[in-house]
Design a protein around this ligand. Sequence first.
Ligand SMILES: [Ca+2]
Ligand SMILES: [Ca+2]
Length: 509
Amino acid sequence: MSSIKLNLVLCSAILYLLVCVNTQSVHRRFEYKFSFKPPYLAQKDGSVPFWEYGGNAIASGESVRLAPSLRSQKGAIWTKQAVSFDWWEVDIMFKVTGRGRIGADGLAFWYTTQRGDYTGEVFGSSDRWNGLAVIFDSFDNDNKHNNPYIMAMLNDGTKVFDHKSDGTTQLLSGCLRDFRNKPFPTRARVEYYMNTLTVYFHNGMTSNEADYELCFRAENVQLPRGGFFGVSAATGGLADDHDVIHLLTTSLHSQQQQSGGGQQMSADEQQKLSQEYQEYQKKLDQQKEDYRKEHPDEVRDKDGEFDDWFESDGQRELRQIFQGQTQIHDILRDLNKKVDEVIGKQMNSLSMLTAVYGHSQGQPIQPGAAPPAQMGSLPIGRHDWDALVTNNQIMANTIAELKGFIIEVSRKSDSLIAAGGQGAAASGINPQFLNEIRDSVLQVKQTVNSVAQRLTTQPQVQAMGGAACPEVSCVSFTSMLLVVATQLSLMFLYSVYKEKKEAQAKKFF
Ligand SMILES: [Ca+2]
Ligand SMILES: [Ca+2]
């Protein structure tokens, strides 16, 4: 009993915490100047609006290939503007793919005071950076069998990244996750809010948006203000393709920030920004229109590329397997949620019944009887008490009805056995099958007898103790009766069906 109470206290404490967290709501704003995504990620001149890229990086309409699967390639993409907000969340969707069982070197997300070089030494960007690097390190340089690895490293502009040890002694935190060659794009969500840095990772085994898991959380992280966002990648002797499909930035503002001086600024700024955005959108639409006019045969070309539209048997099979897996995963998660709900409800009812039982010990519950004298101190009112007593009565009546029903079924099954025995020779029903049915029916009869016995002894026990039947066994008992009844009816139907079928088969011969 004490463990149940302890659990309840814990549950309410967690609920309270959740409510507290929810009340401190975060205002979020999508920052299009610090984001890119398909379609039309790159414009027709190859530029990515608000971003600049270099090295071996190539941008297309669908993704930015930071480093292709060739030896010793380096590339990066950086925001043109410095960040103007304190707290942010960046969602990066990327793919690291290669033919090898192992690949190299990896990819890095940056938030630094200066944009890095396009030919730097650290995953395609500069060493001795000032700010944050979240590194997706594919290659196991120190041969400790702990790569691919995701890690964050802070630098004040003095430290040189130690490739030989994969930065093991320098990292802030990290997690061992494989991000290469996944069926769906992998994703990372880097959140920096109130000096807490959190990295979530989506392993790309499903296409479900909600399947992020925590990689690490670090508190008291001080990042410099006004930095630049960037993503870079590099290959070595081994080479993977490093593609970034999208990078979406959201600025995070606490409630205080909203109600403070930020309000005035945001009204003007917002109007200016939305105007700018509309102009940009118009320009983009115009360019798309021009492009279509200049390339009228584009549609016809696309028709010719039928090969892309088909998939091989292997590809289809794989796709179907992953779709199935995703569905199973979703169902399991929903089931988990429901089981949690049921457990919660059960705990509530248990605690209520425990309270009632504790106070009414020694005083049998009689239908229509007045509640006990100490009712006033109970956590339930008279109304609840009456409801409980009525429920009890209804339950007893239902059990009595079920008993009658089962006795009837039992009688019918007896006559069925007798008829089956006579008709077996005539209709040619397999004697083994009949024996099986007989065994099952005998088993059921035994169960029914024991049930009937229990039903007759139960009222006496109730009259003596008032609570000799614990709540849990009552519930399983009723469901057991139902199962027995269903089983009997099914068997009856099956034997009739079989007889008919055999008779039909006979007609054919
Ligand atoms: Ca490495
Ligand atoms: Ca390593």
